[in-house]
Design a protein around this ligand. Sequence first.
Ligand SMILES: [Zn+2]
Ligand SMILES: [Zn+2]
Length: 555
Amino acid sequence: MTDHKLQVIPLGGLGEFGMNMTAIRYGDDIVIVDCGMMFPDAELLGVDLVMPDLTYLKEHQQHIRAVVLTHGHEDHIGAVPYFLTEIDVPVYGTAFTLALVDRRLEEYDLEQEPRFIKVKPKQIVDIGPFKIEFIHVTHSIVSAVALAITTPVGVIIHTGDFKVDPTPTDNELFDLHTLADYGKRGVLLLLSDSTNADRPGYTESERAVRPRMEEIFNRAEKRVVVSCFSSSIHRIQLVLDLAQEYNRRVAVIGRSMVSVTEIAHSLGLLQIPDNILLRPQDAMALSPEKVAILISGTQGEPMSALSRVAVDNHKHISVDAGDTVVLSSRIIPGNEKAIYRVIDHMSKRGADVMYGSMNPPLHVSGHGSIEEMKLVLNLVRPRYFMPIHGEFRQLSKHARLADHLRFAGLEETFVMETGEVLEIDHHGARKAGKVTVGRVCIDSGSIDDVVQEMVIRDRRHLSEDGIVLPIIAINRHTGRMENPPEIVSRGFNVAEDGKFVENARLVVARTLEGSNQEEKTDWGVMKEKVRADLKRYIVKETQRRPLIMPVIMEV
Ligand SMILES: [Zn+2]
Ligand SMILES: [Zn+2]
């Protein structure tokens, strides 16, 4: 054994939800496992995406050998495009994961072609001093893997996200054997997913969703509109299968839903029955009981296809009395208001909206519960354990689950926070200082459906470009705009002639006029529309990107 130390440095995802990223360093070689982003909470108004601060990695740029991805969820791959604009290294992942990264890269202008290296489960690659084996795991997304990273100091197992689904819908079983083999030979450190550490028992199999969905398809007399995450290929397959059984054709709506189903289909991961797909523009012409719609926007994102259908402002699709709308996803904390707004609008149109927890379920978690976490701990039997992916309370619960392993070789569990360094050498393991971590905010037109160039900005950039507040006064009785909108700006200098402000007011006024009555009564929708339109105008006129925060006042 050499004198080098092994360092494991969580750069995101510990003590916070999302933005998963871990650096593993031995001597002068670093590999990065996952490179995710986070969706901002309400406190970060006007900011669309949050990325991990790359300061530490930029400082050690010459040592970084690769980024290795476990699966294609945004909290694991969302920051890869941003990362690659700063640091050019090869990216390893399964074909589906890399295809999802590639889709995101279209919104960026990379100087060089990305170097993607496709891998399959059971494959082993050498990266510097590391030997990495990819191990198939079950999760809510297809083609997810755990990693066994053999280093000169010992083996690290990184689970990625997982559940232990004994009956996965694609029949691709969790490769528990390989995990157990490593456990038998001795594992130095286990990094394991803690997302559901406060949920007792087992997470239900993805198959558990079928009975409820089947009942809905069986009972629905008019259109069935299903919204799920566009990456939930298992769920999309289920809707396609049921549509075929119940003699409905399917329209796929929303940019992300369309592109991800195309990717999955082209890779053979999604079976689309012949002649089942319907062009969006033809969906309303067919009689309602012959139509199912797959649509993106489960989290009530204001510009998503589902939100637009909810306020009856979608180009092709509308929802009428008697239609069934299904939200087959969980409500991510922080999105409640937006989601319930969509449900309210749908209900006003007379649709029967199915959402939330039910038995049998409309949605099951992609993450293992306590018994599954224990199973993985028992199979791997590590010498050291670091819970990852979770708020502090989940990490510490997960740590407690490992207590019984003290009689099976576990020496110490490290509950760490993002930025803390775990150092391991032949003397043992210890926390060893901290590196720079943090968050970088990104402002784009919209996450999902609106075609907008994605712009990265850190806080310094934001303060340089200033802030613009369009202020709209609405009469509380008539619902009409009282005066022309005001434009207030700070730190954003515009030409002296006043034309800019005048035109910006016109842009806002035009957005208001172009909206239908239902949208006008929904301030969340109006703010997002004003922001998107005004942003387009300001970028075109000034090439600058101030933070735009519409304010609507009742007078
Ligand atoms: Zn995931
Ligand atoms: Zn995750």
